[in-house]
Design a protein around this ligand. Structure first.
Ligand code: MFK
Ligand code: FAD
Length: 514
């Protein structure tokens, strides 16, 4: 056991070691709130770095499996997830990673607290953050559109801190003819008078939360009005309604669902993503008939912010890890951090991370205000609601592309070891890649930005420009503003959002030209 041994790179506590996150939270949270939540943020980092690391490794090694038949050839469709995966569910409940946002102890600031905690939890969550995102979105849809019964029986459990009570939700939209274009959905819902429920049949091509307790799903609604022609249905997305269904009944038997197979994915290996055949799944409709896409968009808009948060979390780990390594690794007579060219690489990574953090929490702060303040207040109605609608798809696209690019940079920053599976960078790279696809691809979300601009006659862009001017206003007259960390971050917010908006406008011109 002789010769040189490189110091092991080590990030102990992503909250305490990261000046960026602390300064973002100082900017958005009143001092008393930050002081109160700080111990919780510190403890979740400690957990992520100890038990979280162990659980994540187990979830990656021992991936979910499907046992389709028993030994007597009876179809059982038993989804076998790891003990570590199940443990994460209890931890998610106990830590209140959904609950914090809905208990609203800190009013509009609760969302910021929840997302900050999620961001620090993510690295130890082994991708349990994915079902949590959908659970959070489902809670919001029920809060907005659900019946009292749904609120009492489902919502209260989605937001519970009690591991025995806590349940999770899936989001089943994608089908073989369309994931982006859900208007091509084949699944149908027929009213069953005897069972007083909708009976849903079809094929869902991707379900990432196959072990979820309930799910939100889209289906083409048979006209239930007396005298309507049999099988009468509307075409396209205008024929879709939103449904809520239990995935299994109280005995654990699947509710009209057959698990066709588990997906063999490039990454997100711990996540049980499956193809599902639905045959008479009993469900309740949520919200108005034929408003399925609009009603499910509350989930989309929350999970897209989660993508922003998840990408920010990954970037935080990449930057802290690469900086730590640069403090320990010596090359050509100096530490890496003192090699100007490498420092420039790290600075660029840091810049991208800072911009993405600012952008993400700017959106989260608006989400918190919209969820807790009177939506008729002019600043909410005329600023927060349209601005968040406009910025959410931009955040999702921006953060996903940047985080993936940074995963490559981070891998290179660790040299040959970066390419070794043991360092976890390969897994991080594969996992982060999915963010450009799920919850809307880059082109689809670019078109969504144009949809908002068309719907608002371009006002959303104006509003954004005004808000950004507002952010910059206090900086004017400060001679050395770029030297202050706070101001650099504020300028970066501007750069991050402007840059993407510019690209979007350019895309529109290109589209128009073609
Ligand atoms: C840590 C991170 C964890 C994340 C976990 C993720 C796990 C993976 C889960 C998934 O991937 S689930 C599947 C996600 N699927 C998508 O994201 C679908 C992508 N496709 C789109 O977003 C399309 O743009 C869309 C399906 C919405 C297009 O549908 P339509 O029906 O052709 O669009 P249309 O007619 O323009 O919109 C219908 C209505 O919805 C309109 O309102 P009105 O009827 O009142 O005019 C739109 O304004 C409205 N709408 C569309 N998108 C909206 C929205 N409203 C609010 N927010 C939005 N985002
Ligand atoms: P397509 O729509 O066929 O896209 C192909 C290409 O066409 C893309 O480049 C896209 O940008 C482009 N494109 C599409 N429309 C346009 C357009 N109008 N103009 C220009 N370009 C366009 N879905 C669920 O419902 N629930 C889940 O739990 C779930 N989990 C997933 C987990 C994983 C790991 C993955 C990879 C996917 C998951 N999905 C889930 C599915 C995911 O949301 C869809 O795959 C995604 O929305 C894209 O849809 P698609 O596969 O039909 O691609």
């Amino acid at each position: 056991d002789v010769g040189f041994k490189q110091d092991v790179p080590d990030v102990q506590n992503t909250f305490l070691e990261d000046p960026v996150m602390i300064s973002v939270l100082e900017r958005y949270l009143p001092g008393n709130v930050l002081n109160e939540i700080k111990p919780d943020l510190i403890q979740i980092c400690d957990w992520a770095n100890t038990e979280g690391v162990t659980l994540t490794a187990r979830m990656e090694e021992d991936q979910p499996r499907l046992r389709q038949y028993d030994s007597w050839c009876r179809r059982v469709d038993e989804l076998l997830v790891t003990e570590a995966w199940n443990k994460q569910k209890g931890i998610a409940a106990r830590e209140g990673v959904v609950a914090i946002a809905y208990e609203r102890k800190y009013g509009q600031f609760s969302r910021i607290y929840q997302m900050a905690k999620l961001m620090l939890w993510t690295s130890g969550s082994g991708l349990y953050s994915c079902p949590i995102a959908m659970t959070d979105g489902c809670a919001r849809v029920i809060e907005l559109h659900g019946t009292q019964e749904m609120k009492d029986q489902v919502y209260s459990r989605l937001i519970s801190r009690d591991p025995q009570k806590f349940i999770t939700s899936g989001q089943w939209m994608t089908e073989r003819p369309g994931g982006s274009d859900v208007g091509r959905t084949e699944t149908q819902a027929v009213w069953d008078e005897q069972k007083k429920a909708w009976s849903v049949s079809g094929f869902k091509w991707f379900s990432s939360a196959t072990d979820a307790n309930v799910t939100m799903l889209l289906a083409r609604t048979h006209d239930p009005t007396p005298g309507a022609a049999p099988n009468s249905m509307r075409d396209g997305s205008k024929g879709l309604s939103l449904y809520l269904a239990k995935v299994r009944d109280d005995d654990g038997k699947l509710n009209g669902v057959r698990i066709h197979r588990l997906k063999d994915k490039v990454g997100t290996k711990a996540l049980p993503t499956a193809e599902l055949e639905l045959d008479g799944m009993l469900a309740q409709q949520v919200g108005d008939n034929y408003r399925g896409v609009k009603n499910i968009s509350s989930i989309l808009n929350i999970t897209r912010v989660y993508c922003g948060m998840g990408c920010t979390a990954a970037m935080q780990r990449f930057v802290l890890g690469a900086k730590d390594y640069a403090r320990r690794r010596e090359v050509f007579g100096a530490l890496l951090r003192d090699q100007p060219l490498h420092l420039a690489t790290l600075a660029n990574m840091e810049l991208q991370y800072r911009a993405t953090s600012q952008f993400t929490f700017f959106c989260i702060a608006m989400l918190g205000r919209i969820e807790t303040l009177d939506n008729n207040l002019p600043e909410v109605k005329e600023r927060d609601i349209p601005l968040l609608r406009f910025l959410t798809p931009i955040l999702k696209v921006w953060s996903a592309k940047n985080a993936f690019a940074m995963s490559q940079e981070a891998m290179e920053a660790f040299g040959g070891q970066g390419y070794m599976e043991e360092t976890g960078l390969g897994r991080a790279m594969r996992d982060i890649l999915v963010n450009t696809i799920w919850e809307g691809t880059t082109n689809v979300l670019s078109l969504d930005v144009l949809r908002v601009m068309a719907e608002t006659g371009g006002d959303a862009l104006e509003l954004y420009a005004e808000t950004v001017r507002g952010i910059l206003e206090p900086l004017k007259g400060r001679p050395h503003f770029v030297k202050s960390a706070e101001s650099i971050e504020e300028s970066l917010t501007l750069i991050a959002t402007h840059f993407t908006t510019y690209a979007t406008i350019e895309t529109r011109h290109l589209l128009e030209a073609s």
